[in-house]
Design a protein around this ligand. Structure first.
Ligand code: GRF
Length: 196
């Protein structure tokens, strides 16, 4: 049976578009919802253009009530009945309560070669460390931030001319190749890591 995929975004949604496009061909999954915590996220219009149902649940009115926001998120997701949730540039930290509910079914893409550089500013940190290579990782989401079993990584060389911006710009196309490749495998029930 075709797997139902919900994609969670906060911004431009270029990874979401790459995932959604990949599912337009012969594929074990299809997108059923694109959900953003920011009603102004550019990715929402892109999803609508691709005829994918969208929803915005603004986290701001919830203030410090993280549980309240996550309850709303959970309710919306349950209504969409996803088999798989893809976090794609979703910039909210999720509590262990939430991640436990979807464990084994939720993926994330992170712009570093995990376990290096969990959290923010990954490109700057790779440069500051003088790393000869940098990359991105798709992993299963567990309670710990940017942790969980690795499902795929894509690597690239860092050059002496690289800046934070050039690393981000060169990495994004790799993210767009890696995430669909991992999703296709994962949706088919195969957790063997994809290495690009
Ligand atoms: C990507 O760089 C991703 O690695 C990071 O946020 C960015 C999302 O971009 N977590 P987009 O919204 O998919 O275009």
């Amino acid at each position: 049976m075709t797997k139902r995929v919900a994609i969670l975004i906060s911004g431009g949604g270029s990874n979401m578009v790459a995932l959604a496009r990949s599912m337009q061909t012969d594929h074990p999954a299809r997108p059923v919802l694109v959900l953003s915590n920011d009603p102004a996220a550019g990715g929402l219009a892109k999803a609508q253009d691709m005829d994918i149902p969208t929803l915005a649940i603004d986290h701001k009115p919830f203030g410090k009530d993280r549980a309240g926001f996550e309850a709303a998120l959970h309710k919306a997701l349950e209504a969409a009945q996803p088999d798989i949730i893809c976090l794609a540039g979703f910039m909210r930290i999720l509590t262990p309560d939430f991640t436990a509910r979807w464990e084994g079914r939720m993926l994330n893409i992170h712009p570093s070669l995990l376990p290096k550089y969990k959290g923010l500013h990954t490109h700057a940190r790779a440069l500051a460390a003088g790393d000869p290579e940098h990359g991105c990782t798709v992993h299963e989401v567990t309670a710990a931030l940017d942790d969980g079993p690795i499902l795929g990584q894509a690597r690239m060389k860092v050059t002496p001319e690289d800046t934070e911006e050039s690393l981000a710009a060169r990495l994004l196309p790799l993210e767009h190749r890696l995430y669909p490749a991992v999703l296709q495998r994962f949706a088919a029930g195969d957790r063997t890591p994809v290495m690009l």
